[in-house]
Design a binder for this molecule. Structure first.
Ligand code: MN
Length: 128
């Protein structure tokens, strides 16, 4: 059974990129273009991992992360936050929201793939 990654991303080009990367890894991409859609999907469907854009049109990805991590039925799902910039203080702010890892755009795709694999508990990639 392929693992499913909920991708919360409002930018269509980034969504396509994430979709293609996940598909190339044999993973299922569950797309959500805003926070409300993401919250509905994560409550209705199974997700093994969440890729969370921090800047969304309706609510902050960090607020959404806090909501998910405050929900006992959902908090086990690992969340990788994706931010547009590596601004000073961002990492602390992002990690304080409760997400499990953090990447800053632009990032090497193979780094992201390795991180996704590691967080899905894929031993083959865990030490890459
Ligand atoms: Mn965005």
């Amino acid at each position: 059974m392929p693992k499913t990654v909920l991708v919360v991303e409002d930018d269509a080009m980034n969504m396509k990129l994430f979709h293609d990367i996940l598909e190339s890894q044999g993973l299922v991409c569950l797309p959500a273009i805003d926070g409300q859609t993401a919250l509905a999907l994560v409550r209705q469907q199974h997700a093994d991992l969440i890729l969370m854009d921090v800047q969304l049109p309706d609510i902050s990805g960090l607020d959404l992360t806090r909501t998910i991590k405050n929900d006992s039925a959902l908090r086990h799902i690992p969340i990788i936050a994706v931010t547009a910039s590596a601004m000073r203080g961002d990492e602390e702010r992002v990690m304080a929201s409760g997400c499990d890892a953090y990447v800053s755009k632009p990032f090497p795709m193979m780094d992201l793939v390795g991180l996704i694999r590691a967080m899905l508990g894929d031993r083959k990639f865990a030490h890459a």
